[in-house]
Design a protein around this ligand. Structure first.
Ligand code: FES
Length: 147
């Protein structure tokens, strides 16, 4: 093998190795559930949570898949959580946050207009007049699924 052929072959091997490395990196990141569409968990799942690493403390919350999921008590039973539609009933904005100090779900700027909801979904402060829709929670092992 001539030197020119050796260098050419070496370049091709390095290019393939780099491409393989990049593909491996992109695959691992794309394997993660997409919280924006609910994160998997079955055909009807709107949102899932790994209770081994998420929502560990009372007041912690997660928004995704059209759902706001809030830990409202200790323990890993369905009654330890509130799962509600994250679509504000005023004008359809996604609620922005759960305020653990006031225990209220807030629909804030830039889209929202200040409506507040309790963890049961009831309106605490308008302009919204209708409650947030309650969702169904199922827990299997450390996996919580909202549907
Ligand atoms: S859209 Fe939520 S308060 Fe207006």
């Amino acid at each position: 093998m001539e030197r020119r052929d050796f260098v050419s072959n070496l370049s091709m091997v390095l290019a393939l190795a780099c491409a393989g490395g990049l593909a491996a990196c992109s695959k691992s990141s794309s394997d993660a559930p997409d919280p924006g569409n609910g994160g998997g968990g079955g055909n009807n799942a709107k949102l899932t949570a790994d209770l081994g690493s998420e929502l560990l403390n009372t007041g912690s919350f997660k928004i995704g898949g059209g759902v706001i999921l809030i830990r409202i008590a200790a323990g890993n039973t369905a009654s330890s959580f509130a799962a509600l539609s994250s679509t504000c009933t005023h004008q359809g904005c996604t609620v922005a946050t759960f305020n653990s100090s006031s225990n209220l779900i807030e629909c804030n700027a830039p889209c929202g207009h200040g409506s507040r909801y309790t963890t049961t979904g009831a309106v605490q402060t308008g302009p919204a007049t209708n409650p947030l829709t309650k969702m169904t929670i199922a827990i299997s092992g450390n996996t919580l699924t909202v549907s």
